[in-house]
Design a protein around this ligand. Structure first.
Ligand code: KG4
Ligand code: ZN
Length: 336
């Protein structure tokens, strides 16, 4: 089965074609970063309008890349939630319309299930069960994944998501938006011994996170020091070290508490090299296996939506023609 995937939940238009036998055939992405950067965050209306402009040319492009036409597509998958309502509606409407025009089934996909199963796009995918750390701009969750479709959230953030904390701290340091990757780059030049940021919630039992205190700690450090180039890098380093150490401690705890021996990292912050390194070290010690999607599939993309849509359509799931999106939708509500 060959499925076209459409991702429009936030500020990236991602389109891909996944074939259940041959794997990923083609994918393409347009990032709206330039549009939103000057506002310091995503402007929902601008996001929706840009998805409308970009999606059809991108679909034409992936079909050409895969040397296919609409007649070769057996199903259409789009992101149904969570995300920005207008942005989601553009993809849902387009997906449904294409399904109707091509006379093939369509399916709405949970964005986080896409992130979670993105490692299955790789040649050496993990096997179930596993623990997934979902770390994106909007989510920081530890998920117990028994099998595809059965997700239990065992840890969650009480306030900011890890990516959000990266972005807010990057803003404090005068970096652009989204700031996660820029902060990580600045941190490379930072001295790890100059500042020490707390590791939130690690001295308490449980698997929940809290990152807003780190952001405040960063603010106080910025206010208490002259903000020269080296100081900015040193703060970036201390902040990144604290987030990475906290995530690694909680992942270790999740593996120990469940007895699982496979860890999957997904979501935009999963692109962070320091986090990847720390989790490698931790998993080595725990004799656990670690899986990441390739860098470009850590952040939002159409390939993960095409993949999940294909699995669900193959399992016989179908939806009627109503266009419905869920801007707020918890991962463990999928099966309900
Ligand atoms: O998964 P994603 O593309 O979008 C959401 O669904 O949120 O994640 C975007 C988040 C942003 O907060 C961004 O700053 C962060 O991932 N991010 C990073 C890195 N690359 C992206 N954070 C830290 N280090 C990075 N290298
Ligand atoms: Zn995402």
């Amino acid at each position: 089965m060959r499925v076209l995937g459409i991702e429009t939940s936030c500020d990236e238009t991602g389109i891909a074609i996944y074939d259940s036998e041959r794997g990923l055939l083609a994918h393409t992405l347009h990032s709206q970063t330039d549009i939103h950067a000057k506002w310091g965050g995503v402007v929902p209306e601008l996001a929706s309008r840009d998805h409308v402009r970009r999606a059809i040319p991108l679909i034409t492009e992936v079909l050409e890349k895969a040397q296919l036409t609409g007649k070769d597509i057996h199903g259409v998958a789009y992101t149904k939630g969570p995300g920005l309502v207008g942005a989601l509606l553009t993809g849902a409407m387009l997906g449904r319309t294409l399904g109707f025009a091509w006379n093939v089934p369509t399916i709405g996909v949970h964005h986080l299930e896409g992130h979670l199963l993105a490692p299955f796009l790789e040649p050496d995918p993990p096997s179930f069960p596993f623990i997934a750390l979902l770390v994106s701009g909007g989510h920081t969750e530890l998920v117990k994944v028994e099998k595809q479709g059965t997700y239990e959230i065992i840890g969650d953030t009480l306030d900011d998501a890890a990516g959000e904390a990266f972005d807010k701290t990057a803003k404090l340091l005068g970096l652009g938006y989204p700031g996660g990757a820029l902060l990580a780059k600045l941190a490379l030049r930072g001295n790890p011994d100059r500042f020490h940021f707390p590791r939130p919630m690690v001295d308490r039992p449980g698997l929940d996170f809290s990152f807003s205190g780190l952001k405040t700690f960063a603010l106080h450090t910025v206010e208490a020091n002259p903000l020269d180039e080296q100081t900015r890098a040193d703060i970036a380093r201390a902040f990144e070290d604290a987030v990475v150490a906290t995530l690694a401690i909680k992942c270790r705890r999740a593996l120990q508490e469940t007895g699982y021996s496979t860890l999957v990292i997904a979501g935009g912050v999963g692109a962070n090299k320091s986090l990847r390194h720390a989790l490698h070290e931790m998993c080595k010690k725990q004799q656990a296996s670690l899986y990441f999607p390739r860098m470009e599939f850590c952040t939002d993309n159409g390939a993960m939506i095409a993949y999940v849509g294909c699995q669900r359509l193959l399992a016989g799931e179908r939806e009627d023609l109503a266009v419905e999106v869920f801007p707020r939708w918890a991962l463990d509500e999928i099966s309900k």
